[in-house]
Design a binder for this molecule. Sequence first.
Ligand code: DGP
Length: 113
Amino acid sequence: MSDCIFCRIAAGEVPAKILHSDEAVIAFADVHPQAPTHVLVVPRAHHTSLADVPPGEDATLGRLLATCRELAAVLGLRGGYRVVVNTGADGGQTVSHLHLHLLGGRAMSWPPG
Ligand code: DGP
C-alpha cells in the first residue's frame, strides 16, 4: 500500500535502520524507542493488524515471533525482553500495518499503561 509507512520502509522508499530482512519479514529500529533496544518486526505483506491476518497466513505469525527470538539473541538481550503487539484502538495501535515491538535492555514493569 503506497500510503502505508511500513510498506514504504519495506520497499526501501523511506529510510530506516534495518536489522533484519528476508522475503517475508523486515525488522528496523523504532523511530521513538521506549527501551535501549526497540525493534519493530514487520511482515512485508500488508495486514492492518493482528486481528486482520487470515488463518491461512498463520505461518507468517510464526515467522514474526521466530524473528523476534533470533534478533533478541543477536542483539544480546540475555536478561530477557518483551514482545508487544498493539492491536486496534484500545490496544494503542497507531500504525495500521501489523508489527511486533521487540523491547529490551532494561527491566520492564507490569501492568502496561
Ligand atoms: P504502535 O503504537 O504499536 O502502532 O507502534 C507504532 C510504532 O511505529 C511507534 O513506536 C513509532 C513507530 N514508527 C512510526 N512511524 C515510524 C517511521 O516512520 N519509522 C520508524 N522507524 N518507526 C516509526
